[in-house]
Ligand binder design. Sequence first.
Ligand code: NAD
Ligand SMILES: O=C(O)C(=O)C[C@@H](O)[C@H](O)[C@H](O)COP(=O)(O)O
Ligand code: ZN
Length: 357
Amino acid sequence: MTRARVHVGGADPYDVVIGTGVLGELPAMIGDRARTVAVVHAEGLPEIARPVCGALEQAGYAVHALPVPDGEAAKEVGVLAGLWSSFARLGMTRTDVVVGVGGGATTDLAGFAAASWLRGVRAVLVPTTLLGMVDAAVGGKTGINVPEGKNLVGAFHPPAGVLCDLATLVTMPREDYISGLAEIIKAGFIADPEILALVEADPKGAAAPDGPHTRELVERAVRVKAGVVSADLREGGLREILNYGHTLAHAIEKNEDYRFRHGHAVAIGMVFAAELSRLAGRLPADVVRRHRDVLESVGLPVSYAADWPGLRATMTIDKKSRGATLRFVVLDGIAEPGRLEGPDEDLLAAAYREIAR
Ligand SMILES: NC(=O)c1ccc[n+]([C@@H]2O[C@H](COP(=O)([O-])OP(=O)(O)OC[C@H]3O[C@@H](n4cnc5c(N)ncnc54)[C@H](O)[C@@H]3O)[C@@H](O)[C@H]2O)c1
Ligand SMILES: O=C(O)C(=O)C[C@@H](O)[C@H](O)[C@H](O)COP(=O)(O)O
Ligand SMILES: [Zn+2]
């Protein structure tokens, strides 16, 4: 199978390589100035981490595997502090490299560990989930959660390279795979309607790692993200569109003590944002219906019922807020993202009623 190479531009450019059997590209991404490579991997994935370590050892690096808890439990300050201690023990200097192997939670943590160690060493990311490949590992947002909210501590730290080996997707738990589809569908609504058409034409195929369009869906979503972050790494404006659906999604994740899959929360959050757009007179009802239909067709949730005042209060510390003003990414049409600033409280509550039904 041929491999795709998506270039991410900006001050620190890098490539995202997508294909099968792409591990051979790893040493070139690490470079010849590194001596020590710390491979931070989800502890439940030793079979996936082993060949990564092997490829690096063969290339002559001193390789140290550093397992971290699976999933969201990795994005905690105690785990990060453990990595800093390990880096110190290994004597990692500024020319050394952190490799992150796992889902988005692992690569967010590994990326932030690299960003913060010695004020910044290089990170190479090897995402092993659909969501990690199409979103988390690309673009340089790194970070951890705190009890007060999702991703509230972190840094922009672009990786030196991203390797997406599609073969790793086949062992993914089904619900985690479905979760990744939410971010692909998000890319469809904000920028690339062909993604929506592909999923709508064959939802069953889209929900299978070995489906006929997996490779194209991954590549299209990566291209959307690469285009956006190349132009606006630090979220000065354009990059906010990648946050479509996330204002409510992050509040749901916190409300569920981070035991709710990110993509599932994003699916609900996108329906909320679409309802908000409609109630603000900016989006026709049929596009809102299209959100529900395409998300449900692959098994994603589109409703959520919990204490609204609590969710509303959590949304206040969203990173798009400016002062006391809550700001949402909305749609004025498919592939026409816009902003809604300081919406009326009644409008927000009305949009929430539509998804809580
Ligand atoms: N930095 C960003 O731009 C960005 C973008 C989107 C999401 N995120 C973050 O990504 C995280 C979600 O990522 P995720 O959906 O990958 O979940 P995850 O990292 O929690 O992984 C889900 C589960 O799948 C397991 N797993 C990973 N790869 C596997 C494989 N190949 N086979 C079998 N099991 C495997 C993991 O160990 C974990 O238990 C959230 O923390 C979210 O905030 C970050
Ligand atoms: O890359 C971005 O920018 C995004 O917003 C992508 C999101 O899918 C991702 O979940 C991101 O981590 C959310 O960022 P945050 O700044 O809202 O924490
Ligand atoms: Zn997301």
